[in-house]
Design a protein around this ligand. Structure first.
Ligand SMILES: Nc1ncnc2c1ncn2[C@@H]1O[C@H](COP(=O)(O)OP(=O)(O)O)[C@@H](O)[C@H]1O
Ligand code: SF4
Ligand SMILES: [Mg+2]
Length: 331
């Protein structure tokens, strides 16, 4: 049994423009100690996926309409709100995008971390303080003991993000959800933050789900990656396989559009042409078809079946074998 199993999850928003299918049939699992990347352009349903796991979808207009979220054998969609509250922040913790708005500017870093420790663990006073130092060391903050009395503005963006991760880890969560934790940071710092999370995951067995639009960076630190397009997982593979042999035209496009850590700064980035899809008005057939260079007639009629492209590698595209052929002959 996996730590987390998501089966056929659908989360819709009922708006004046129509039904926005933000997550539309996502199925995947996450193991203990695994770092999973959820990747895709803005608006493809990444945040809604994470908020669905925590059952924090604003209703109205949103609702989880179908599916299962099995966590340690229990369906989170079937338990009552009281039980769900115990799971949030204890078993499943979340780090949000902007650490400056999540940290309180008028409290010291030490106070904010010890508050969180006191809430979740049977520790207070000097015990909580020394645990706070341990946590800051774990996330790689130099001279952690001396920095406890500093305020958030005295930390750089990358260091604030580390503090947020330390706070989230203070309850020893089974799952850490990190929603675009590094977007505002430079690529090298982004990589360092992801490395911190991947290390915590290996050391404590915490499953980490990292949401990002930068496939180039996450591919190096995640074990597996789900690529999302229009509310669906269109390709899933180990990070190494996805990086080396992407099969879906959208994944190929994403890799060409972001800086890769293994290439120089002057590499040419090619944005994916066309507009992101309108989730309330998706085309018939494959959602990516309006932007796809590989499309054939069938793509305009039928949504592609999920095919297996090797161990642990799945892809939803009718033409993936031809995409691969063209890609390898272009190299
Ligand atoms: N509260 C809401 N009301 C209506 N639509 C929403 C709401 N939250 C998210 N959505 C829609 O759901 C889709 C997916 O959003 P989101 O998961 O935030 O994307 P991202 O991949 O950028 O994190 C978007 O089209 C967004 O407009
Ligand atoms: S199914 Fe067709 S339109 Fe969709 S990504 Fe594959 S080739 Fe392109
Ligand atoms: Mg988001």
């Amino acid at each position: 049994m996996s730590l987390l199993e998501i089966n056929g999850l659908k989360t819709y928003f009922y708006t004046q423009e129509g039904v926005v299918k933000a997550v539309d049939g996502a199925t995947y699992s996450v193991e203990e100690g695994e770092t999973l990347g959820l990747v895709g352009e803005s608006g493809c349903g990444k945040s809604v996926s994470a908020l669905s796991i925590l059952r924090l979808i604003p209703n109205p207009p949103g609702r989880i309409v179908e599916g299962e979220i099995m966590f340690q054998g229990r369906d989170l969609l079937k338990i009552d709100e009281e039980e769900m509250r115990k799971i949030r922040g204890n078993d499943i913790a979340m780090v949000f995008q902007e650490p400056m708005t999540s940290l309180n500017p008028v409290l010291t870093i030490g106070r904010q971390i010890t508050e969180s420790i006191e809430l979740h663990q049977d520790l207070s006073g000097s015990g909580a303080r020394s645990r706070a130092v341990d946590l800051l060391e774990l996330v790689g903050i130099p001279s952690a003991g001396e920095r406890l009395d500093d305020y958030p503005h005295q930390f750089s963006g990358g260091m604030r993000q580390r503090v947020m991760i330390a706070m989230a880890m203070s309850c020893n969560p089974k799952i850490l959800l990190a929603d675009e934790p590094t977007t505002a940071l430079d690529v090298t710092i982004q990589a360092q933050i992801l490395e911190v999370m991947a290390n915590l995951s290996k050391e404590f067995g915490t499953a980490v789900i990292v949401i990002t639009h930068n496939l180039g960076v996450v591919a190096r630190y995640a074990d597996n990656v789900n690529v999302m397009y229009a509310g669906k997982v269109i390709e899933r593979a180990s990070a190494a396989n996805l990086y080396e042999t992407p099969h879906h035209p959208y994944t190929v496009g994403l890799l060409n559009s972001v800086p890769r850590l293994d290439q120089g700064r002057d590499e040419k980035l090619i944005p994916i042409e066309g507009n992101p899809p309108d989730l309330a008005n998706l085309p018939r057939g494959c959602s990516f078809s309006p932007r796809c260079d590989f499309k054939v007639d069938r793509c305009l009629e039928e949504y592609p079946e999920v095919s297996s492209a090797g161990e642990g590698h799945t892809v939803a595209c009718w033409e993936w074998q031809n995409v691969r052929k063209r890609e390898s002959s272009a190299v």
